[in-house]
Design a protein around this ligand. Structure first.
Ligand SMILES: *[C@@H]1O[C@H](CO)[C@@H](O)[C@H](O)[C@H]1NC(C)=O
Ligand SMILES: *[C@@H]1O[C@H](CO)[C@@H](O)[C@H](O)[C@H]1NC(C)=O
Ligand SMILES: *[C@@H]1O[C@H](CO)[C@@H](O)[C@H](O)[C@H]1NC(C)=O
Ligand SMILES: *[C@@H]1O[C@H](CO)[C@@H](O)[C@H](O)[C@H]1NC(C)=O
Ligand SMILES: *[C@@H]1O[C@H](CO)[C@@H](O)[C@H](O)[C@H]1NC(C)=O
Length: 470
């Protein structure tokens, strides 16, 4: 292999001297560097021969070049290796050759599912070699381990940093706050620990912040409210503590806020009512120990609200339900809610999932037939000892006792009911939570995913892909 490259180089030197090797349209050092980089990543030993002129006659779909102004010399601006381009993407001994440093015009480095056996680390040397990149997407590389170096702050042009689904450990270096051009930061599905850096207020252009599925355990820094461009925040499945910061209410562009599966406690700040672009408010599985917020009705675009397992108590305020014309899924299950169901709940015209199970709700439940038909098995009011219903048929469907007979609700009924229900599952509905349980890759813990989260999860790759197309 090495001899092949030496041979190549020999050729170049013979043919082109020290200038541009005309056949390839590239400077010889850059061409040689590219061949080295690809050779150290890809399995195919004939790649260099087959793509001896990768910017011109023998292009490769994962490589993009640009002609520099006022000359006809090509420069490599993008390397993108993923299963859509070549399958399997990289060889088992893959490594990133230090020759990547010779690609001085490289703007995008995107290596997806590349390092799965041979260990790879983001060393200071690697960072230095790619110091000009705007997009760094190293995703789904199980053998990309170690920490994120503080030197990453040297990547001054970085707009998109996606290090999702690797094997990264250690803390998020505070220096990352210096990357003032960041538009997307996705460090999800790693084993990062410690704090969310306090000094994150400088990311004025940051639209997406995804730190989900790590083991972060600080409180959420209040300065998050300074990130005025934020549209999506996913901090779910960490061990974050303290209260939900009121400053989140300043993020006027926010469409998704997912803080689920953490250890957040205390109030749900009233300021969140200012988030008039918010579509997804996912707070489930946090020991909040508070009441159902009364302001949901002032979030006009709200589509999904989940407060499952949040230790909520008190009644469901009727006022919070009016005006939620866009609401499609409401989960209040597994709390300590009491009192009767406000009839406003049946008037949520776009609702198609409602889970109120496992609470202490009381009184008679009588959803309109249209509502029952629309929600089907996605209407769950089981395991509320005090709920009953008037009609025998409704009692069967909802699996709650009829008010006249007053039987004691048993765990047996729930289990048998569960079996009944599974026969009626409507697979087409996007908001049915069980559908989003994913076995995932073996590394992923089983998780419930809502469609937007899936979207968020693949945003990095999509963007990289889009960039590729442009
Ligand atoms: C992930 O990192 C741990 C150590 O932090 C290591 O033991 C394990 O082998 C790594 N996984 C892979 C696939 O390299
Ligand atoms: C929940 O809050 C109440 C006061 O509102 C308090 O008495 C109770 O101890 C809290 N429970 C937990 C688990 O923090
Ligand atoms: C959501 O609300 C907006 C404005 O209130 C409206 O234009 C849009 O049609 C609604 N979407 C749905 C699916 O109801
Ligand atoms: C409602 O939530 C409970 C957990 O609190 C869950 O077991 C049940 O499957 C959910 N029902 C539906 C229809 O999703
Ligand atoms: C639960 O179901 C089992 C078997 O179906 C039955 O023997 C038992 O009596 C039931 N328990 C109650 C409380 O209904």
């Amino acid at each position: 292999m090495a001899s092949l490259f030496l041979l190549c180089l020999g050729f170049l030197v013979l043919l082109g001297g020290h200038g541009v090797w005309t056949d390839s349209g590239m400077e010889e050092e850059e061409l040689f560097g590219l061949l080295q980089v690809m050779g150290s990543l890809l399995e195919d030993p004939t790649w260099a021969e087959q793509h001896s002129s990768p910017c011109a006659e023998t292009p490769w779909p994962g490589i993009e070049c640009e002609v520099s102004e006022g000359s006809s010399v090509f420069h490599v601006t993008k390397i993108h290796i993923s299963p859509e381009i070549v399958d399997p993407p990289c060889k088992s001994t893959a490594k990133l050759s230090e020759w990547v440093g010779s690609l001085r015009f490289l703007k995008t480095l995107s290596l997806i599912k590349c390092f799965s056996v041979s260990p790879f680390r983001l060393t200071d040397g690697v960072v230095e070699a790619i110091s000009g990149v705007e997009v760094l997407a190293l995703e789904s590389n199980p053998s990309l381990g170690g920490g994120i170096p503080a030197a990453i702050s040297a990547l001054k042009n970085l707009r998109i940093l996606c290090l999702s689904q690797n094997n990264l450990t250690g803390v998020i270096p505070p220096e990352i706050g210096k990357l003032s051009n960041l538009e997307q930061l996705d460090l999800s599905h790693n084993a990062l620990e410690g704090r969310i850096p306090e000094r994150i207020g400088g990311w004025r252009n940051l639209g997406i912040l995804d730190l989900s599925w790590n083991v972060l355990e600080s409180s959420i820094p209040p300065r998050i409210g300074e990130l005025e461009s934020l549209e999506k925040i996913d901090l779910s499945s960490n061990n974050l503590q303290g209260e939900i910061p009121a400053s989140l209410g300043e993020l006027k562009r926010l469409t998704l806020l997912d803080l689920s599966r953490n250890s957040l406690s205390g109030r749900i700040p009233e300021t969140l009512q200012n988030l008039n672009q918010l579509q997804y408010l996912i707070l489930e599985q946090n020991p909040l120990n508070t009441t159902v917020p009364s302001f949901l009705g002032s979030l006009p675009l709200l589509r999904v609200a989940s407060f499952s397992g949040c230790q909520l108590s008190g009644e469901i305020p009727a006022s919070t339900l009016s005006g939620l014309t866009n609401l499609t899924a409401l989960s209040l299950d597994d709390n300590c809610l009491s009192g009767e169901l406000p009839p406003e709940i049946w008037r949520l015209e776009n609702l198609n999932t409602l889970n109120l199970s496992r609470n202490h709700l009381t009184g008679e439940v009588s959803p309109p037939p249209e509502f029952m038909v629309r929600l089907g098995e996605r209407l769950d009011v089981r395991e509320n000892r005090g709920l009953c219903t008037g009609e025998e048929s409704v009692s069967k469907l909802l699996q709650i006792p009829s008010c006249s007979s007053k039987p004691v609700f048993t765990t047996n009924a729930t289990r048998e009911g569960g079996d009944d229900r599974s026969r009626r599952i409507d697979d087409d509905d996007d908001n049915l939570k069980p559908k989003f349980y994913t076995g995932g890759t073996s590394k992923d813990p089983p998780a419930k995913f809502y469609p937007p989260l899936l979207l968020l999860r693949y945003l990095c790759s999509v963007n990289v892909f889009l960039l590729l197309l442009t």
